[in-house]
Design a protein around this ligand. Structure first.
Ligand SMILES: Cc1ncc(COP(=O)(O)O)c(C=O)c1O
Length: 375
């Protein structure tokens, strides 16, 4: 976004060019290293990133893969989930969560979200369990982890696997533990706008279980145990060495970026607390989010959006339709009144700019526009 004659430059919703420009030297160095080594798939960089990523999360094993969607699919397959199985998940997420369940051959069973947090409403999970349920797949939406200790207990009581979709929640904590360490297995995306991002698609799985880690590794690479020995059906879900090298280089800065994201969110909350016309997404007790999106909720969404755009503040909507109501999932025949909270969030959610390289002046322009909004 550039300056125009009629006003100041836009405050961009996110600016990956600014982000990566600051890292030019370390990215160039990573590129040079891979180029000189000449190994582009499943080499030193991938192995090192897997170890670094698992350690950063606080998990034992890391498996890098092509993207976050594939990470979810691999995790489901590693746990042997498929036809005849039901997986409980949230109605309010990115479609990939649900697609992965369907691609694995299982059936998604949706639960509504909490009115305050937009996270899966945990008290409703138990009622969704049937004899076919094999796993629960919560999504740490916007960078916040729900009460995973309570969910873990519920899963243990019913003998269900717990799979975390942590695509948006790198570094988010609940009771001091990081996203990715509550479930049997957890999945991350490093899409270019995520808190840790590649220069293209990338993803990873973490787990503490050596057998599942091994199965994920096999599924990621054609079930290949040795060069010409394929011990299970897998596919090519590998991550390239270049992306692994970029991710390794960037990981060193992730704590600082999360601190900056959270500081910006702190400024927003303190200086534009909301009230009658809109309010920020709420945080659950004992959670320390690593904010991926700065999300508010308002019955005046169109008016607020127009107001912010008039003040040259970009906005985003995540998401405007609960997944079961997307046309692609009509075959699941979910009644339209089934998820009132997800439907209300979809109607009222609005996100304002949030990225670590935002200047203080940009942050204050967002604050100022929000404070002065009247519907
Ligand atoms: C909640 C959630 N799950 C899964 C994914 C899929 O990740 P990817 O885009 O890397 O395939 C995303 C990414 O947008 C996401 O936000």
């Amino acid at each position: 976004m550039g300056k125009s004659e009629s006003g100041p430059a836009w405050v961009p919703f996110v600016d990956v060019r600014r982000h990566n420009a600051l890292l030019r030297e370390v990215l160039d160095e990573a590129f040079r290293r891979v180029l000189e080594r000449g190994q582009f798939v499943l080499g030193e960089e991938t192995e090192a990133f897997e170890a670094d990523w698992a350690a950063w999360c606080g998990a034992r094993y890391g498996i890098a893969c092509a993207n976050g969607s594939v990470a979810l699919y691999i995790a489901l397959k590693a746990l042997d989930i498929g036809p005849g199985d039901e997986v409980i998940t949230t109605a309010f997420t990115f479609v990939a969560t649900v697609e992965a369940i369907l691609m694995a051959g299982a059936r998604p069973v949706f639960v509504d979200v909490d009115a305050a947090t937009a996270l899966m409403d945990l008290p409703q999970v138990e009622a969704a369990i049937t004899p076919r349920t094999v796993a629960v797949l919560p999504v740490h939406l916007y960078g916040q982890v729900g009460d995973m200790v309570a969910l873990r207990q519920l899963c243990d009581r019913y003998g269900l696997a717990l799979i975390e979709d942590a695509a948006q929640a790198h570094g988010a904590r609940f009771r001091g533990r990081r996203a990715g360490t509550f479930g049997d297995i957890a999945c991350f995306s490093f899409y270019p706008t995520k808190n840790l991002s590649a220069l293209g698609d990338a993803g990873a799985i973490v787990t503490d279980d050596p057998q599942w880690a091994e199965r994920c590794r096999l599924i990621r690479n054609h079930g290949r145990a040795q060069h010409h020995l394929h011990v299970q059906v897998g596919f090519n879900f590998r991550l390239g060495e270049l992306q692994a090298a970029f991710l390794r280089a960037k990981l060193r800065y992730l704590d600082a970026w999360i601190a900056r994201r959270n500081a910006i969110m702190g400024t927003y909350r303190a200086q534009a607390p909301g009230g009658r016309y809109w309010h920020w997404v709420q945080t659950i007790p004992e959670a320390e989010p690593a904010w991926h999106l700065a999300v508010l909720r308002t019955p005046y969404r169109e008016a607020l959006r127009e107001w912010l755009h008039a003040h040259r503040v970009q906005t985003g909507i995540y998401y405007d339709t609960p997944v079961p109501f997307q046309p692609a999932f009509a075959f699941l025949e979910v009644p339209p009144d089934r998820f009132p909270q997800a439907t209300a969030w979809a109607r009222e959610t609005l996100s304002v700019p949030l990225f670590p390289e935002m200047t203080d002046a940009e942050v204050h322009r967002v604050v100022d526009a929000l404070r002065r909004f009247r519907p």
